[in-house]
Design a protein around this ligand. Sequence first.
Ligand SMILES: C[S@@+](CC[C@H](N)C(=O)[O-])C[C@H]1O[C@@H](n2cnc3c(N)ncnc32)[C@H](O)[C@@H]1O
Length: 281
Amino acid sequence: MSKRDATPESELTTAILSALQSAGKDLTALTPRDLAPVDQFHNGGTWATRKLVTLTELPEGARVLDIGGGIGGPARTLATEFGQRVTVVDRSTAFARTGAELTARLGFSDRVDFVVGSGTQLPVRTASVDAVLLQNSAMNVADKDGLAAEIFRVLRPGGRFAFQEVMAGPVEPLRFPTPWAVDPADSFVRAPDDARQTLTNAGFREITWLDASDMIRSWVRARIGRSPGTPPIPPLTSFTLPPETCEAAIGNMWRNDEEGRTVTIWAVLEKPDSSDAGVTA
Ligand SMILES: C[S@@+](CC[C@H](N)C(=O)[O-])C[C@H]1O[C@@H](n2cnc3c(N)ncnc32)[C@H](O)[C@@H]1O
């Protein structure tokens, strides 16, 4: 999906471009920064993506798989700011198509491509990538063991898995709708200890594990302070959910966080090299 089709742009692409134009952006000279309010579809925006990638310590030119990469904001950040080559796998055909169209428009199709697929059945060869990124996408995945096993499979030995994930806090239950699920049927938020156990069972070695909730809250407060009222470019949720559900979902995301119902975890893990002590080939 990396080449621009002769077919007309998708409805979602057209809606996003029209919102950008209404906000005064020049559609013939769009930059990743212009798209960031809509295409960094996770709390913390581009700032969180940069932090996570910096924690991962990937070399320039690394081959990265972004699972649940949405319309590609994080992938384009990795490609343009960190010099990496990224394949986005997302279960949504609309997001993958829109991501490919926006990437072509920005001129980065040689560095970022999109595939429709599932995180629990990755259309990717074994041991073929240097790193896997996953930002705010595991909350929709029921089969966490399957997801961890697939990530482990596609990483080369010594490869790294970096994620940001909204996890369960000490207070229950979650308020719905949320941006990732309108009701509990599509929400599979787990406790941090459960996640750690799953990843250890899959064979990963933990490098960094940190509760980023306070940092994300500060980022949100600083943004609200800078731009009171409605942001000129709406978030991606506003293109996919009815307005009242979207407003409730964003409100609940922050209420869940403030009330201790969710936390945001950043982590970096490694697939041990077969030469590491205690690991057999
Ligand atoms: C909140 S968005 C995050 C998008 C992107 N990671 C970002 O931060 O901008 C969650 C994404 O995960 C995708 N997703 C959810 N479950 C998935 C699965 N099992 N396999 C692949 N993609 C999935 C959704 O389609 C959506 O694009």
